[in-house]
Design a protein around this ligand. Sequence first.
Ligand code: ZN
Length: 439
Amino acid sequence: MKVKIAASVKDCAAWAHNAAVIDVLRSSTTVSALLSANKKNIILYGDKNLAAAAKRKNPALEIFSELEFPADIKHKDNSPFTALNSKPSPQAAVVTTAGTPAVMTLKKTKNIFMGGFCNFAALAAHLKKLDEPVLLVPSNIIAHKEHLEDDLCAQSLKRALTGGAPDCAAAVKKIKQSARFKKFLTEGPSTAAQDAKICLTENSLPLIPQIKLNGNSGVINAAPLRKAVILFSGGMDSTVCLYWAMAQGYECHTLTISYGQKHLKEVAVARALAEKAGAETHFIKLDMPWLAGATSLVGGKKIPSQNLKEIGRKLPSTYVPARNLLFVSLAASLADSIGAEAIVLGPNAVDFSGYPDCTPQFYAPLARALKKGTRLGKNFKLLTPLIKLSKAEIIKLGRALNAPLEKTWSCYNGGKTPCGKCDACKLRAEGFRQADKEK
Ligand code: ZN
């Protein structure tokens, strides 16, 4: 993968792929510490006047900064140690002269993360998985050139991403011997020794702050990297869902479920597609012998072939009793276990076979039930991005997201090639016809 270390603001302003901002001592580490302390959403300011104004409006706001503030603005030091020992509420703001301005230069960047030695392994693993060009931004290109710890961390991270030995230990040793570090210990905050330990210990805070620029206001939000569970069959719709979730910035965990379907081929396709997309994959197998008598997708019954016009008029034998209720429940168990904030799945109520568990009426109450009956909580989202799209619109969305549609499998019959006769084949073929016509 292509990894570049930014040398100037110009490099940052032009960068359209992913980026990681590195401000080892201290803002990368302070932000990671605040997120570890369960602060949900942290505000970053590069301008202390904006932070002071926010504090006057909301006196509960906790400001973490090494800068001088007017006497009426109480604040804590920009100390990872203090941050780590703070309470989940109230909201926190981090005000810095290098870390935040470095983030603000990344106006065109797709995903922005923050990191240092404290989250080195987690960040390296995530960037590797995304497998896209990445710009590493040592914050000392903005201010304090002498902060060599940012350069050294960026170089280690670059080695980790390009297959070399990252050798953080050597980098940390060099930092500890530097005049800059000795000055930090003697002239830095009263917590300097504890802060240095958190900042320079590899993986002391193994989470990834994800940064969102808030327009041009100079206000930036940092939150932990968000996870989503994607119900993933390897079909076209769930593949579009996976690429859609990736574009929303989610770390994607796919869940693929075998329930005895004839088209088991889709499981192999699902594995290949999910791995190609860099998702974490999960596979489970259900044993539900009663399905053989209840749906033609399982067992020996023939899968019907209908005219395009007939599809959706009458519930076909391919309906699997309560399949999506079951699948969403299993996805909720996974989401609750790994701390995912969303489940994404691809039911569609436009060009579909009329399955009752593919309608918006089904998903709205299900989302409410999951918020109440799990640890997912009120911010949990059950996302069905395709539900109101036509097949042609789904195809166009998939193409816009660069999803490998041609590699997906839709056919209900598990043959070598798609049968061309089942509902899934017909809806897919018609979708491509329409999408190509409207090109
Ligand atoms: Zn087919």
